[in-house]
Ligand binder design. Structure first.
Ligand SMILES: Nc1ncnc2c1ncn2[C@@H]1O[C@H](COP(=O)(O)OP(=O)(O)OP(=O)(O)O)[C@@H](O)[C@H]1O
Length: 211
């Protein structure tokens, strides 16, 4: 689905050859600062390689309109983006951005239940806790129904229970809907539990980790 060909980024990453397969759960592990987030950001073209190329469904990422790409390849960053306004505004934001139709009231409420956010749609999103904001951002992504979900490890500000809930929700969703999930995690045991394949970033290189 994604293919790296001699792709390099500054002196941070050098990836001569790497394929990320469709409908698999790929976990990315590696020490802090090794380049895991950088790798994830390359997949939805938040940054582009300064050498070589990356393809998505056999098309060079450079040739794909970023709005079109991010309709299909959606990232949940370490610290979620929360917009001014209500929970409803925030749930609808992704669909507005990707120029998709807006969901019904019922769909919005169903999504809140899915991510275990038991709040009214008209609540001001700024007043939510860190974990609730993370779940709201997750709900926004689920509504977009992208082909590929990119999950950067939820910030360490979250308690373990909330973190595993978010990851579990992502994994269940990806499995049930045959989505491709690429997930950064510091936890090798978590990766072993969930991943079809584990990639390790180390010394600027990316290798398959066979445990
Ligand atoms: N745009 C950039 N320009 C220069 N250096 C950068 C840039 N982006 C990231 N870096 C550096 O590249 C390295 C890898 O960063 P990255 O965020 O990808 O690591 P990580 O493995 O995700 O770390 P963590 O587990 O701590 O989140 C770090 O040393 C970081 O400071």
């Amino acid at each position: 689905m994604f293919s790296f060909e001699q792709a390099t980024y500054k002196n941070i990453l050098s990836v001569p050859s790497l394929t990320i397969h469709e409908k698999e759960i790929t976990c990315i592990v590696g020490e802090s600062g090794s380049g895991k987030t950088t790798l994830l950001r390359m997949l939805n073209h938040l940054i582009s390689p300064d050498g070589g190329r990356i393809t998505f469904q056999n098309r060079n990422l450079m040739d794909i309109d970023p709005v079109e790409l991010r309709r299909e390849v959606v990232m949940l960053p370490q610290t979620p983006v929360i917009f001014q306004g209500t929970i409803r505004d925030n749930l609808e934001a992704g669909l507005r951005f990707s120029e998709k139709g807006l969901p019904s009231e019922k769909e919005l409420e169903k999504t809140l239940k899915k991510v275990n956010l038991l709040k009214a749609l008209d609540v001001n999103a700024q007043n939510l806790s860190g974990g609730e904001k993370q779940r709201l951002a997750l709900g926004r992504i689920l509504l977009m129904e992208p082909k590929v979900l990119l999950l950067d490890e939820p910030s360490s500000a979250l308690d373990d229970e909330t973190e595993s809930l978010i990851i579990q929700t992502f994994v269940d969703y990806a499995k049930a809907h045959h989505k491709t999930l690429v997930m950064v995690t510091h936890s090798k045991s978590l990766a072993k539990n969930f991943a079809d394949r584990i990639l390790q970033v180390r010394g600027g290189e990316v290798h398959e980790w066979n445990y």
